[in-house]
Design a protein around this ligand. Structure first.
Ligand code: SF4
Length: 403
């Protein structure tokens, strides 16, 4: 393991979970996979109780977190708790390795496969213990018929481990490898893009903020012309143009006013929407924001922030968004707040999660949070998308993305 593997925060790494029934050999296989004693190995079924996390450098992918989990066939009251813990880890996983023991694919494994498919978690079937038996022909046929990637391995004899690593890397979601555009696909070279940047009290003195600079740079990199204006100068700047800009990008908090100034035939969006797409899955967040229309008295909303920062008097998460939601819906909804890397256990109690802009998270981590909510049946959006909704402009600002 390199220093890089242990120094990268867990939140930023691809999460690979080894799952299966008790005594399928998950722990031995993880030890072979990582080349170290990560997991407790025992002949006795059910040795792994709570999920065990281990940082590992999976080359050429980079740092990952590997989870050894309790058997999904566990029994009794304690077993139920262990299964619950495993499912929680699974909701957070980016990739899974389904480990089968000497019995191959039984009903337990087939149920896990259905669960993984429902949760949209890419997975590999690892037929373990191949030093004592080969893959049953009917299991091989099942995998082929259902298009399931599989590998024959032996954890104890360290057989075919490189093939398992290659197979795992092959199914890692592109979010861990891609760096998607902000706005570069929304205009052509030679066109003009307006950026509307309010310079009010909340703007830092003497500079633009990083998201504005990043978008500006991308416009220039794509050989278009950028016009940066305050919202107070927007109308005159538009009037001075010989032809209309192909896109206007506004600060979220000024979007209501900007939308009233920009003719309907000019495409309009916000910096927050661009970053919501760049950082995550815009359709999921737009669906989540539309859920605001269905909120009822007594519904609970979770405001989730990825870091603990000092709250200002007029804090966006603590004060502004709750107020806007209440004003927009007219409903007596309740707000809870969480900070840091994990969602609370009681996520299902919430009608909606509204997440911060996630500047401290990478795309993979934000996607993981979005998908965890989707898997647990909870709507999720983020601050920027929710603001556009409460300002009555959501449909307009997501139109450039055909949503
Ligand atoms: S947007 Fe950034 S600074 Fe604000 S709460 Fe989220 S991670 Fe922290």
């Amino acid at each position: 393991m390199s220093d890089n593997a242990s120094s990268t925060p867990r939140a930023l790494r691809c999460i690979i979970s080894f799952i299966g029934r008790r005594n399928a050999g998950k722990s031995s296989l993880i030890n072979a996979f990582t080349g170290q004693e990560v997991a407790i190995v025992s002949e006795q079924a059910g040795t792994t109780t709570d999920a065990v996390a281990k940082p590992y450098e999976l080359l050429p992918l980079g740092p990952v977190t590997i989870y050894d989990t309790a058997g999904l066939d566990d029994e009794g009251a304690l077993g139920d708790l262990r299964i619950k813990a495993t499912l929680k880890v699974l909701a957070r996983s980016d990739v899974a390795v389904l480990v089968c023991g000497e019995d191959g694919l039984g009903q337990v494994e087939k149920d896990i496969i259905t669960r993984l498919q429902d949760m949209k978690i890419p997975f590999i079937v690892a037929f373990n213990k191949q030093d004592i038996q080969t893959i049953p022909a009917e299991d091989e046929a099942f995998c082929t018929q259902n298009n399931l990637p599989y590998v024959a391995v032996s954890g104890t004899q360290k057989q075919n481990i490189d093939a398992l690593k290659s197979a795992v890397i092959g199914i890692v979601p592109p979010a861990f490898k891609d760096d998607p555009l902000l706005a570069g696909d929304l205009f052509n070279a030679g066109e003009t893009v307006f950026m509307v940047v309010p310079l009010d009290l909340s703007a830092p003195k003497g500079r633009l903020i990083l998201p504005q600079v990043q978008v500006l740079r991308e416009i220039l990199d794509n050989n278009a012309t950028a016009v940066v204006v305050k919202e107070s100068d927007l109308s005159s700047a538009l009037n001075n143009q010989k032809s209309a800009p192909s896109l206007i990008i506004s600060d979220s908090q000024a979007i209501k006013k900007v939308a009233s100034l920009v003719p309907q035939d000019i495409r309009l969006t916000t910096f927050s929407i661009l970053f919501a797409r760049n950082k995550g899955d815009l359709p999921i967040m737009v669906d989540g924001a539309r859920k605001i229309d269905t909120l009822q008295d007594g519904d609970k909303i979770l405001i989730a922030e990825a870091c603990s920062h000092h709250a200002m008097t007029d804090d966006i998460g603590k004060v502004k968004i709750p107020n806007w939601i209440k004003q927009y819906t007219g409903k007596n909804v309740q707000f809870d707040f969480c900070h840091g890397s994990d969602f609370p256990d009681n996520l299902e109690e919430y009608a909606l999660v509204i997440h911060c802009g996630a500047c401290m998270l990478n795309r993979a981590e934000m996607l993981r949070r979005l998908h965890e909510c989707v898997r647990r049946g909870v709507a999720i959006t983020n601050y920027g998308v929710a603001i556009s909704k409460t300002q009555g402009v959501l449909d307009r600002v997501v139109k450039p993305f055909n949503l």
